[in-house]
Design a protein around this ligand. Structure first.
Ligand code: HPA
Length: 272
């Protein structure tokens, strides 16, 4: 694994001299955020050694290097999901590479189904904690001591400082921001009414199919994380309606400008 990470890092270093400070993972329907990036180079995943290739519609699959608000960033336009058939080690490989490229913060986004009765479709939720309900953990197997400890602490999965900053930015800009717990399931099926209810009972506010493996791997390497979720549908009693991936994409896209503003302002606070 270490050799593969080094190989991929060297390949990328030969492509660009840009030194990213922040890594960004753009989820379903949020790929357009990369149009805000002053792009130096965009490399299709299939050209990057050791990267898996994304298969989901709406994930165009490019690693973008450039500046966002004058801060050097590396952004994944499209991510890898467990339901696509990759192992969690494969899904999270790019996060390890981004860390080795020198990023000091990781920002992740996704679309999810709200199970909190106070949520509305189109809300943005700042993820403050998560519940891993995948049948695996990306750190299972021999620990790579060079990357992090065997038993990583998870008392602060999402960086409190970044959360506080974003809450402030949202307030200043009059953006409604929910906060809560994100539960991850393997998918690709959306949840049944009973499953949504179960999520709510165990303490989740929203449910999705990504992000948690990436955060686990990032925290293993002591990389501070922040994640935001766009609520694209509701798994709340009486409000459950049929949904499709296409609707999820449309709703996520509509909330994209607000999320872009939050990220850009956060970068300013962190680095400028
Ligand atoms: N469940 C799981 N993943 C999702 C959902 C959902 O309701 N909405 C968007 N992604």
């Amino acid at each position: 694994m270490l050799k593969k990470i080094e190989e991929t890092k060297q390949f990328l270093k030969n492509k660009t001299s840009l030194q990213p400070k922040v890594g960004i993972v753009l989820g379903t329907g949020l790929g357009n955020l990369s149009t805000e990036i002053n792009i130096e180079i965009a490399i299709p995943y299939e050209e990057i050694p050791n990267f898996p290739v994304s298969t989901v519609q709406g994930h165009s699959g490019k690693l973008v290097f450039g500046h966002l608000n004058d801060v050097p960033v590396v952004a994944m336009q499209g991510r890898f999901h467990y339901y696509e058939g990759y192992s969690l080690q494969e899904c999270t490989f790019p996060i390890r590479v981004m860390k080795m490229l020198g990023i000091s913060h990781l920002f992740l986004s996704n679309a999810s189904g709200g199970v909190n009765a106070n949520f509305e479709v189109g809300d943005i939720m700042l993820i403050t904690d998560h519940i891993n309900l995948l049948p695996d953990n990306p750190l299972r197997g021999k620990n790579i001591d060079e990357l992090g400890p065997r038993f990583p602490d998870m008392s602060e999965p999402y960086c409190r400082k970044m959360i506080a900053s974003v809450l402030n930015i949202a307030k200043t800009n009059n953006i409604k921001l929910q906060q809560g717990v994100y539960a991850v399931l393997s998918g690709p099926t959306f949840e049944t009414p009973a499953e949504y209810k179960y999520m709510q009972i165990i303490g989740a506010d929203t449910v999705g199919m990504s992000t948690v493996p990436e955060v686990i791997v990032a925290r293993h390497m002591d990389l501070p994380c922040m994640a935001m979720s766009i609520i694209t549908d509701l798994g709340v009693d009486g409000k459950i309606i049929e949904i499709s991936h296409e609707e999820v994409q449309v709703i996520a896209k509509a909330a994209e400008p607000k999320m872009t503003l939050l990220i850009k302002e956060l970068l300013k606070e962190l680095y400028l």
